[in-house]
Write a protein that binds this ligand. Sequence first.
Ligand code: AMP
Ligand code: TRP
Length: 332
Amino acid sequence: MTRKRVLSGIQPTHDSFHLGNYLGALKQWVDLQEEHDAFYCVVDLHALTIETEPALLRKRILASAAQLLALGVDPDKCTLFLQSHVPAHNQLGWIMECLAGFGEASRMTQFKDKSQKTGTDRTVVGLFTYPMLQAADILLYQADLVPVGEDQRQHIELTRDLAGRFNSRYGQAFQLPDAYILKSGAKINDLQEPTSKMSKSANSMQGVIELMDTPEINVKKIKSAMTDTGREVVFDEKEKPGISNLLTIHSALSGKKISDIEKEYEGKGYGDFKAGVAEVVVEVLRPIRQRALELLEDETYLLKILTGGALKARAVAEKTMANAYQNLGLVQ
Ligand code: AMP
Ligand code: TRP
């Protein structure tokens, strides 16, 4: 039986990934590489939708690759590469832009949110065409599954629509992908504002747990997490969003059921519970940070992995691309 194909990508827009990225997406990357044919890319071209200093972008691309390897993405089990190393992404991106309707692209909530924040005058066209490049990322590899957080569901739906449209208009060229979204961890919220998602673009980093922060900083952030009225540790997203978020984090990292964690803290206060959550978080993140720092010391090794990944990725992508061009009637 052939293994199912998985593809996912993450933007190198910050120095560190955060706990939402890890639990919402990256942990699944690691799990899925075991039994699937997985392709994972650092989507450095997508990151150009945000203006960054060249030296900083370069640093963040390498830091992203290092963190992925450190958290368990294994180049012997999957293909890890940089999007810009495979030119077919741009080639298929254009084809996708020619298939997508203006109205359909205008309905993407991520575009609406981000462009609203930036203001129309300063929003680049690349932010608008971003989902079509994402569709290309996925379709080039004939992916069956795309592990992402809940906020990416709409982009995967669009990818399916575009693939279906191409196939019916020009002949079969693309596999229709499914989003792979876990219930637990699909949405980790900000520790200070537990009703909004943990995000790198939050107003303050106080509620964001970063993989590359020191254990001390992360313990402090968890201990000062916003909690709710009352003192029982029970899961209730409406009445106790803060405690529920911490329970979700604990459960996703420790593997314990939420009901068991509730029992463990019965009769104890929020303070004890937060200390327990901090311990679980630090235990998981400490070795990841350590390993990522070591990898960043050895750029030659990192580049070797990425070059090897690009070779494998290019072979698959170029095949899909040639077939798509052929179907379109472009002279080969
Ligand atoms: P981003 O940081 O928006 O580039 O997202 C990278 C990946 O992490 C995507 O698959 C997101 O769906 C996922 N993700 C981002 N923030 C969260 C969050 N707070 N909870 C769960 N998943 C998230
Ligand atoms: N848009 C995704 C995000 O914001 C990143 C991304 C780009 C992606 N290309 C992808 C995710 C392909 C999955 C598959 O997180």
